[in-house]
Ligand binder design. Structure first.
Ligand code: HEC
Ligand code: HEC
Ligand code: HEC
Length: 437
């Protein structure tokens, strides 16, 4: 067992009144620095052999297809910020005045309701009596906006809300070229027609009263969770001799006891790589130099072993080892990355995943959840995609869903975000494989 000190080193429990992510930041700031030597030496005295040079996902490309054949968005969003680089800082120029605004309201209505255009307006707003089914409520109800704001204000707000509200969470529709100027004029013409409060007699359609989804499926029941097959496969792979003649079991004879808590202490800072290593990348790098198997990240066998190793830790509480400077810096950097505006839609992880912003609201028919409670069930079966996703694939999907290019699964930045999320989720119990819509 590595580093049993990890658990006892943890800082004081988070104050109940703070938002989870802020409490986690505070915890990081309070975590006491460890002696430098502690970074390199696990207490067992033995260090897991790792291959350190090559990519853990050779040949990885953005244009992925899930195992049941559902392809990922093919668009290249180079030019918009990613978790690796800021490409689109906020505006610093003058307002984009367009007044008086004349446009075609009927055309504007069509654009506002067209879910193919970046999710468009009804993904986040209720917009009067004609609002199509399942609108969102991340933004305010705009049903009477036409009686409240003037043309120039509306034009500018839709073109780039940051010109008037530095803290805006709405995508800059014009500045990020989701709609052109003529289209925004049409949308404004439509907004001006909205003057009557919204009434929806169906509480399940109205986002203000719609009940949150509840998953009652038993994640450990193989008839309900197809990821349970990966668990069987993972066990099999653990015992199967690799190209070098050895199996995992040749060196680890009692995984049920030796890896009982291991996955609950991951990810961890790996001094040899000078960055965070998650379970899946560990499997790739460790197997290369032990069994001789090539188990690239996000390949079926890698995920199966990840499911197995996580499942061994079921019921154990997540306790990331923050005793090293490297680990704490990584977690802090992960917290900062989660605040970065990403992609053409210009949204940060925290915009959707903290209750101070928009967690527990509806966006485009999807219920947004807070970061606490989101990691303990990975790898997880996704019914809507017909695939098992490791946590890095979830990050990749949340990137493309705001129209930002996703990164390779072994990207340093994803490791930092994973470390930050483990910190936020400290104390949650591992329950893998999960099952989600
Ligand atoms: C991802 C969610 C999201 C989408 C999609 C979205 N908005 Fe918004 N919108 C918001 C939020 C949140 C606010 C509240 C203030 C802010 O954060 O900017 C807002 C505010 C507004 C306001 C200002 C309301 C007021 O009086 O203060 C207008 C106007 C508006 N949105 C129009 C639109 C239009 C038009 C579209 C489609 C082109 C659209 N929104 C799409 C999230 C969204
Ligand atoms: C040739 C022997 C050998 C083989 C084969 C081997 N390992 Fe290991 N493994 C080690 C050693 C040595 C360590 C470090 C000491 C320890 O923690 O037991 C280790 C550590 C580990 C750890 C804890 C590591 C940490 O540093 O966080 C896990 C988990 C693990 N191995 C899983 C596997 C899996 C899965 C396989 C098969 C793909 C495998 N091992 C194959 C020798 C081996
Ligand atoms: C536009 C809103 C949005 C943004 C921005 C966003 N996400 Fe998500 N995220 C979602 C939605 C929707 C889900 C699915 C929720 C569910 O499973 O109930 C989700 C799910 C997740 C989950 C898994 C939740 C679970 O319990 O299965 C994780 C982890 C996650 N997001 C992390 C991130 C990270 C990290 C970022 C920033 C890189 C990010 N998200 C940005 C909307 C967003």
């Amino acid at each position: 067992m590595r580093n049993p000190h990890a658990a006892t080193r943890a800082a004081p429990a988070a104050t109940i009144f703070l938002p989870d992510w802020l409490a986690a930041l505070l915890m990081l700031a309070l975590a006491c620095p460890a002696p430098v030597a502690a970074e390199a030496t696990p207490t067992s005295g033995k260090i897991a052999p790792l291959e350190l040079q090559r990519s853990a996902a050779p040949g990885w490309q953005r244009q992925k297809v899930d195992s049941q054949g559902s392809s990922w968005p093919q668009t290249d969003w180079t030019g918009y910020s990613t978790v690796a680089a800021i490409a689109t800082p906020g505006p610093n120029g003058p307002l984009h005045f367009e007044t008086p605004v004349t446009g075609d309201a009927a055309r504007g209505r069509q654009l506002a309701f067209d879910r193919a255009r970046g999710g468009s307006c009804v993904a986040c707003h209720v917009m009067g009596k004609d609002t199509p089914p399942q609108p969102g409520n991340v933004g305010p109800d705009l049903s009477t906006i036409g009686a409240m704001r003037d043309d120039a204000w509306l034009f500018n707000y839709v073109y780039d809300p940051r010109t008037q509200n530095a803290n805006s969470i709405m995508p800059p529709w014009g500045a990020h070229r989701l709609f052109n100027v003529a289209e925004i004029r049409d949308i404004v013409a439509f907004l001006k027609t909205l003057k009557t409060p919204y009434h929806n007699s169906d509480p399940q359609d109205d986002p203000a009263t719609r009940s949150p989804p509840r998953d009652t499926r038993d994640n450990l029941d193989p008839t309900e969770n197809p990821a349970m097959f990966a668990l069987d496969r993972g066990k099999e792979l653990f015992d199967k001799p690799g190209a070098g003649g050895k199996s995992c079991a040749s060196c680890h004879r009692a995984p049920e006891s030796s890896f009982k808590i291991w996955a609950a202490r991951m990810p961890r800072f790996e001094p040899r790589l000078k960055r965070v290593l998650g379970v899946e990348e560990f499997i790739t790098r460790h197997a290369r130099v032990t069994t001789g198997e090539e188990l690239p990240m996000q390949g079926a066998d890698n995920i199966a072993l990840s499911v197995y190793l996580h499942n061994l830790a079921n019921g154990e509480t997540i306790q990331p080892d923050l005793s090293s400077t490297g680990a704490r810096k990584a977690a802090q950097s992960g917290m900062a990355l989660m605040q970065r505006k990403l992609g053409q839609l210009n949204m940060a992880c925290i915009d959707c995943h903290t209750k101070e912003r928009h967690a527990f609201k509806w966006a485009r028919g999807q219920y947004l959840v807070e970061s606490r409670g989101t990691v303990a069930h990975f790898p997880t079966w996704r019914t809507s995609r017909g695939d098992i996703w490791d946590i890095r694939k979830r990050f990749q999907w949340c990137n493309v869903s705001v129209r930002a290019n996703d990164l390779p699964p072994d990207a340093r930045e994803y490791g930092e975000i994973e470390m930050a999320l483990a910190t936020i989720n400290k104390g949650e119990k591992i329950n893998s494989p999960g099952i989600r819509h």
